[in-house]
Design a protein around this ligand. Sequence first.
Ligand code: ZN
Ligand code: ZN
Length: 191
Amino acid sequence: MTHLIGSMAQDYQPPLRPTWDEYFLMLAKLAATRSTCLAFPVGAVIVQDRQVLATGYNGPPSGSVHCITQGYCYPGLLSCDSNKALPSRAVHAEANAVAQAAKHGISCAGASIYVTLEPCLSCLKLVISAGIKQVYYETSFNSGDKAVVRDLFIQDGLVSLKQIVLSEAIAQKAAECLMRPISIPQTQLQP
Ligand SMILES: [Zn+2]
Ligand SMILES: [Zn+2]
């Protein structure tokens, strides 16, 4: 019997498992599915000691009509980011996550934030002032002068930024998990 278990163990391949970074990035991507701005979806998750403190996504302030409900961001303007003169109607995802934490009396001191898009400078400043020390993002955003200002904050040791990539295999696994109920005993899956 011990011999049988031994040979089975040799063939055993553990299921794919996301890293912590992949796990929280996927949660941020799920949060982004709740976005209510037509510009593009962004999601954020604030994490401390591997626990989620708050989540957020981009959309107009609480109580204000959603861009996706009215079908435009401003009259005649399909996207909040397509007009330089008007500010975005949306509260950005990371700002919403910080606001959610504030609303519920949760400290972000020493926390990390996972975002689907690198924070704009306004959000980066807010994140720093909220005490968040690490930013993990999927897509780059700042360039030129904005990147210079960002890098000054980093050089001053106020915050660190790291781009992370979700592996294709984990993304595939997550997609399969979303497509069907998954908490089913293996024996019931056999034909
Ligand atoms: Zn909008
Ligand atoms: Zn922002």
